[in-house]
Design a protein around this ligand. Structure first.
Ligand SMILES: *[C@@H]1O[C@H](CO)[C@@H](O)[C@H](O)[C@H]1NC(C)=O
Ligand SMILES: *[C@@H]1O[C@H](CO)[C@@H](O)[C@H](O)[C@H]1NC(C)=O
Length: 246
């Protein structure tokens, strides 16, 4: 009897306590997608200022600045070969987005979002080996960068899963980002043995930001997708399907 009591209490507690932060609600399912999108946009607008400091109930860390303890890149593109270990990365301005378009569909679990980021500022440490066109990239140091007028498009496909307790949840099945950084400017600070290479790389970037940003865009897009997917997975792990698409 005691056990049944406990199980019932647990079941009641799980449905009564929503992990959604105060003011954020789920949107009622409707065939009027325009109305549904308006509701989702309203929830996003309520949620965005909370994302700055993080939302513990959704397991989300502070997003502005977003701190990435380490980030590894190992890519072999035609014009850019890059092996990089970066650490202590801080990204400022990622929650300052302006939503240009939002389409969500509760029936096929798709979301697509077009946003503009007026100003992103980044800092961190790097340890890089590679080649950009004819310029060898090699060295260690600190980087700082300003990136303005970034257009980002995110398309995500969700899928339904049942967790080990039999609760229906949603997972991100696919997430694709398209990103175009409008303009960028970087500063590299390296120890004396690496100063020459760092100055050459920074000068090359700052005189050809459009060229370098276009060449690097697959790396920028994949990195943004990996980080977004990891953050979405954290929030989705505590929300039920019933709460998200009732
Ligand atoms: C990155 O770190 C790994 C493991 O610590 C190391 O093997 C590799 O050489 C590093 N790469 C660069 C470019 O520093
Ligand atoms: C970024 O912009 C800020 C303010 O506009 C400026 O103070 C800073 O020096 C810039 N940093 C880089 C790396 O361009």
């Amino acid at each position: 009897m005691m056990l049944i009591g406990l199980v019932l209490f647990a079941a009641w507690a799980r449905t009564a306590v929503s992990e959604l932060p105060p003011g954020v609600t789920s949107c009622p399912r409707t065939d009027n997608l325009a109305e549904y999108n308006k509701c989702i946009l309203k929830q996003l607008e309520t949620l965005t200022p909370l994302l700055v400091k993080g939302v513990p109930s959704l397991k989300l860390p502070a997003l502005d600045p977003l701190f990435l303890p380490s980030l590894t890149v190992d890519r072999n593109l035609e014009s850019l070969k890059l092996k990089a270990n970066m650490s202590q990365i801080r990204v400022y301005g990622a929650t300052n987005y302006v939503v240009h378009d939002l389409k969500a569909n509760p029936n096929d679990l798709t979301v697509s979002l077009k946003v503009q980021l007026p100003h992103i500022y980044m800092s961190g440490e790097y340890d890089v080996q590679g080649r950009l066109l004819l310029l060898p990239l090699s060295g260690v140091g600190n980087f700082k960068g300003n990136f303005t007028d970034t257009e980002a498009q995110v398309s995500a496909q969700g899928k339904e899963v049942t967790d080990k307790n039999g609760v229906q949840r949603l997972e991100v099945d696919k997430l694709i980002t398209k990103i175009r950084v409008g303009h960028g400017n970087i500063k590299l600070k390296a120890p004396p043995t690496h100063t020459l290479a760092a100055d050459a790389a920074a000068t090359f970037f700052n005189s050809n930001p459009r060229l370098v940003l276009d060449i690097a865009s697959p790396i920028i897009e994949d990195t943004a997708a990996t980080v977004s997917k990891a953050l979405a997975a954290r929030a989705l792990s505590v929300l039920t399907k019933q709460e998200l698409v009732p």
